[in-house]
Design a protein around this ligand. Structure first.
Ligand SMILES: Cc1ncc(COP(=O)(O)O)c(C=O)c1O
Length: 403
């Protein structure tokens, strides 16, 4: 038997509870169906039920036919980077970038992991609730000393607390629109956060995975449009174009020292993003007409689902729910239904278990950090309106019983 010990950081990585929830549902679904005749309702997933738009699929096929099957250029193909520069301008109103400001990555996930890796072992700060992958994967992988600053119950910002916590921090992680709350941070909020980071000499790692999924004609405000060089913005094609399995993303910063380092980080990990897929990504970003059409089509459907879901939840007495302005999640608070005498561990899964018993899958709030443990995340990214309505019916029955 070898006496070697394995990497402590790798050992500390945990599988997101969302994955085990999905496995639990898979096991239970058949049993539930045969007992009740009803389908399990899958509100736990971050997958998308739209297909990738055909014009992007066609571009990938063309790139293959043209023989773009060799090793990619380090840090990203010119065609992809030029399309990113164009998209940053028309969509994010972010100007002044050239190819050396960009690193193309395997999804938003790699862009974020590389950004966290830059500050290995240092203090990082982020709002709670926080996307579970940050907490379970990036933080342990990069040995980040991560401090959570809770949002207020209505998801507004406690600037004093943020200011205090940023003391000595190397970076702040911001996700807008936010998973799991659906909060779209305003231009004023984003600017105030970026300036607080500047004050403390911290970088701002901005996760803009849901940038295109915004409702009621609101606009996502990208920190990249600010002319500060302490900002690293990470993007992905996964959500905007229903391309979760393609693994295409990129990071952008005005600080070229960062891209120089992260280009090597990216090369070390994967030697770059699959060449012909970069050509498809270039088409997705540069074909503005087709792209905007596909996004509008998807957002219109998500907005309808959001409206039905939100309206339904507000009709359940005792439910506290904030209307999401973006993303495809709702994050209601169930405090008034949870018995006061439960210990913390039981409290964390109380609502989740009640829902699960009635065939409704969700994600419990503690997956998103130390606060908001009385909340539960529902995703409407794979559930048509009829399923949302069925889920609401089941919830009404459960919570009427508890009221
Ligand atoms: C908040 C957030 N950021 C980033 C990502 C990364 O997405 P991908 O790696 O598919 O680009 C996700 C995916 O679910 C997410 O929820």
């Amino acid at each position: 038997m070898s006496t070697h010990t394995f990497s402590e950081n790798l050992h500390n990585i945990r599988m997101s509870p969302i994955v085990s929830i999905s496995e639990e549902v898979r096991k239970k679904a058949t049993e539930y169906k045969s007992a009740t005749g009803k389908d399990f309702i899958l509100f736990q997933r971050g997958e998308i039920d739209f297909n990738t738009p055909q014009f992007i699929i066609d571009a990938a096929k063309r790139a293959l036919d043209k023989g773009f099957t060799k090793y990619p250029k380090s840090g990203g193909e010119d065609i992809f980077k030029d399309a990113i520069i164009y998209k940053l301008d028309y969509s994010n109103h972010a100007k002044g970038f050239d190819r050396e400001n960009i690193v193309c990555t395997d999804g938003g996930q790699e862009a974020l992991e590389l950004s966290f890796k830059l500050f290995e072992g240092k203090k990082g700060v982020g709002f709670a609730p926080c996307w579970s992958c940050v907490l379970e994967n990036f933080v342990p992988y990069c040995a980040t000393n991560f401090k959570q600053v809770p949002l207020e119950p209505d998801f507004s910002i406690d600037y004093d607390r943020l200011d205090k916590e940023l003391e000595g921090a190397a970076f702040f992680y911001l996700n807008t629109p936010q998973n799991p709350t659906g909060k779209l941070f305003t231009k004023e909020e984003v600017t105030a956060i970026a300036e607080l980071c500047l004050k403390h000499g911290a970088f701002l790692i901005s996760d803009e995975a849901y940038e295109a999924i915004v409702f009621d004609n609101a606009k996502h405000f990208s920190p990249t449009s600010l002319e500060y060089d302490n900002i690293i913005s990470t993007f992905t094609l996964s959500k905007s174009y229903a391309m979760t399995g393609w693994r295409l993303g990129y990071l952008v910063t005005r600080n070229k020292e960062i891209t120089k380092i992260l280009k090597l980080g990216n090369y070390t990990q994967t030697a770059g993003v699959t060449t012909f897929l970069q050509h498809a990504a270039a088409e997705a970003l540069s074909n503005k007409t087709e792209s905007e059409k596909a996004i509008a089509n998807m957002v219109t459907e998500f907005q309808k689902r959001r409206d039905v879901f939100y309206d339904g939840l507000t009709k359940i007495e005792g439910m506290k729910v904030t209307k999401p302005a973006g993303g495809f999640y709702l994050f209601p608070n169930f405090s008034s239904f949870i018995p006061a005498n439960l210990n913390t561990n039981d409290r964390k899964v109380y609502i989740y278990n009640l829902l699960f018993k009635e065939g409704v899958a969700s994600v419990y709030g503690s997956c998103f950090g130390d606060y908001f443990i009385d909340n539960v995340r529902f995703s409407f990214s794979t559930t048509p309106i009829s399923i949302i309505e069925e889920g609401l019916e089941r919830m009404k029955t459960i919570f009427k019983r508890l009221a």
